[in-house]
Write a protein that binds this ligand. Sequence first.
Ligand code: MG
Ligand code: MG
Length: 264
Amino acid sequence: MVHLKTDEEIQLIKESAQILGKAHGEVARLIKPGVKTSALDKVAEQYIRDNGGVPSFKNYNGFPATLCISVNEAVVHGFPGNYELKETDIISVDCGVYFKGFHSDSAYTYPMEGASKETLLLLERTYESLQKGIEKARAGNRIGDVSYAIQSYVEGFGYGVVRELVGHGIGKNLHEDPEVPNFGKQGKGVKLVPGMVFAIEPMINQGTKNVVQENDGWTIRTADKKPSAHFEHTVAVLEEKTEVLTTHQYIEENYSYKWRSKSR
Ligand code: MG
Ligand code: MG
């Protein structure tokens, strides 16, 4: 069942998303080769708690951390630890914040300066696919229109679209209906109506769409060990427009490597 949100509730999700965006920004300042992923997690948790929020992921179904950190061929749900970032890595940072009764959720994949041109293109196109999905998330459209926009764009480059994990409604719960797959057919699926709030999160692989789960019970990796990219926003469908509630602004301001201008 889809829980429609009132304007007041959407406003609260936006407040939650502001804390989230700034927590991402604090993480962005630190990302560089040699940094331990556990250090990123610590900073994110501290920022969220200092600002009255609670990390949405920590203890969710037993997840041990504030951030999901997934490096290179890890798609999603990796967790922070002693791993030190390397010159050629890409690192996906996914975070959620619970504030005044509502969750927000967003993710961003960073390339280190040594990441290959091919990998930068994967990141850029995955980012673009998120924008294409958001453009289709309009009242009157269907979830399948969002899914198709993402899938058709990235498959045009020969990339693999992960099937096992999908975007999701969000609100009082981190994961609500509807599911928002990154693959699907135009005109199919749940109809979008004002008051829907959901996370759109393309998970796109350079090679095969197939993934495997690590023995840690969480980390999802590509089956062929090629890199995977992940970008996510929480959006609200309104009468006249769709509003992106989360922000990557603080990431883009604070991350030292201005990679998006270099990927073409
Ligand atoms: Mg999500
Ligand atoms: Mg997320």
